[in-house]
Design a protein around this ligand. Structure first.
Ligand code: C5P
Length: 404
């Protein structure tokens, strides 16, 4: 159920005996990799405690619309915006009636009105209540109002808590989770583990000084986000940059090339695609002074030694991931990029011409040429780095799938 990985599912629980199954529902959604938050009606809390659902979801449970403290934390509008999908299970006859009338008289119904996310509704009630023409009318009304945006899950037939038999039981948690998963598309990199390096490295000279470069990290962060949006499990290993850590991925902050290498090597047991966008310092001071260097003489020499090549190290592993390098060139772009492709034993290299000041480093735009194999080549014209990242991830996914 790769589709649920990293998805934000808001679970709305209304009052009914089936609410006891919500615990299992949260557990199954979490197991599939979803982030789950819970909203309960007052009567739902008569059947299952918020504490149980808080422990299982790992988030505080939301139940009050008029609680200033809760609203100050994550209010109804934030919750509505947070959700990638709003699942309401169980949906009682009373809740369905309130939803169909557009009422916003508690937190759950208000979030329902406020959200743009797709909705899944899993009704649960006595068979006679389900058959009742007014319930059926309410369901028809909701379907007509929300069209494809609303998926009805169940109800299932069988024996009911009250002893009746018929249509009205809430579908089993496994069925609900499978139907919820089907609301999401499978991404091009669903379930694939991707590691991205980004930004510059800082090589310390003494406690206050260092050697670094102009890399902003923008391209790497955009690549990591595009991979995540394609369904990948992303680890972003970033040198010091001014960018915020992106959500829904592991972000490891490092300083020096040696730190970055160590962080990358830790991913070797699971990394399937390694994308090196970092501008790793080629050299570091041979020794780092313990104390600040004083101005005692007119001249100061620094001895620099080569840093290890992180990308080559990853590509030389016994079972190497699919490796993608970046090459900033100022002349003969294809010649130098292809040379790196073979020398570093890479699957693919993305080259840009940094002699052109409108692209690269601090710019929001980039134009690149991508090379792979004997004669594979694709040129991407100047475009926003975010758009370019999506196109590059599509190409990387295509070539990765061809090899696996
Ligand atoms: O050899 P050059 O530095 O031009 O290679 C650039 C590519 O190699 C980039 O993908 C960069 O992230 C990676 N690299 C690395 N470790 C280094 C130097 C470069 O991973 N020490």
């Amino acid at each position: 159920m790769q589709q649920l990985y990293n998805r934000r599912i808001l679970l709305g629980i209304s009052g009914g005996i089936a609410a006891y199954k919500s615990a299992e529902l949260v557990r199954t959604l979490k197991k599939a990799g979803a982030d789950v938050r819970v909203v309960m009606t007052r009567s739902a809390m008569e059947f299952i405690t918020p504490l149980t659902l808080q422990a299982l979801s790992g988030h505080p449970v939301h139940h009050s619309l008029l609680d200033p403290e809760a609203e100050a934390g994550m209010g109804h509008i934030e919750l509505a915006k947070w959700a990638d999908l709003f699942l309401i299970a169980p949906a009682s006859a009373n809740l369905i009636a309130r939803l169909s009338q557009g009422m916003g008289d508690d937190l759950l119904t208000t979030v329902f009105l406020a959200t743009d996310a797709p909705i899944c509704l899993a009704p649960a009630m006595n068979q006679a209540m389900w058959r009742d023409p007014i319930t059926q009318e309410n369901i028809a009304h909701l379907k007509a109002a929300h069209g494809d945006h609303l998926t009805l899950i169940g109800p299932a037939a069988g024996e009911q808590a009250c002893g009746d038999t018929g249509l009205g039981r809430m579908s089993e948690p496994d069925t609900i989770v499978a139907d919820v998963a089907n609301c999401f598309e499978t991404g091009l990199l669903a379930g694939v583990s991707v590691v991205v390096t980004a930004g510059p490295t800082k090589e310390a000279i003494d406690p206050v000084r260092y050697i670094t470069n102009h890399s902003s990290g923008k391209m790497g962060y955009a690549i990591a986000e595009a991979a995540r949006d394609a369904g990948a499990r992303v680890t972003l290993i970033s040198g010091p940059v001014a960018l915020q850590a992106p959500e829904r991925m592991e972000c490891v902050r490092v300083r020096s090339a040696l730190d970055m290498l160590a962080a990358c090597e830790k991913t070797q047991d699971h990394c399937q695609i390694f994308i090196a966008t970092a501008a790793v310092a080629d050299y570091r001071p041979a020794s780092q002074q313990e104390h600040k260097i004083k101005k005692h003489s007119d001249e100061l020499s620094l001895t620099l030694i080569r840093n290890p090549d992180i990308l080559s190290t990853m590509a030389a592993a016994e079972q190497p991931p699919f490796t993608v390098g970046f090459a900033a060139e100022t002349q003969d772009v294809e010649h130098y990029a292809r040379d790196k492709l073979t020398r570093k034993k890479l699957n693919m290299i993305v080259a840009n011409d940094v002699s052109d000041r409108s692209i690269g480093f601090h710019s929001d735009d980039n134009a690149v040429k991508v090379f792979w194999g004997e004669d594979g080549r694709r040129d991407f014209e100047l475009m926003n780095k975010r758009r370019l990242a999506v196109r590059l991830i599509e190409l990387i996914a295509e070539k990765y799938q061809e090899e696996h």
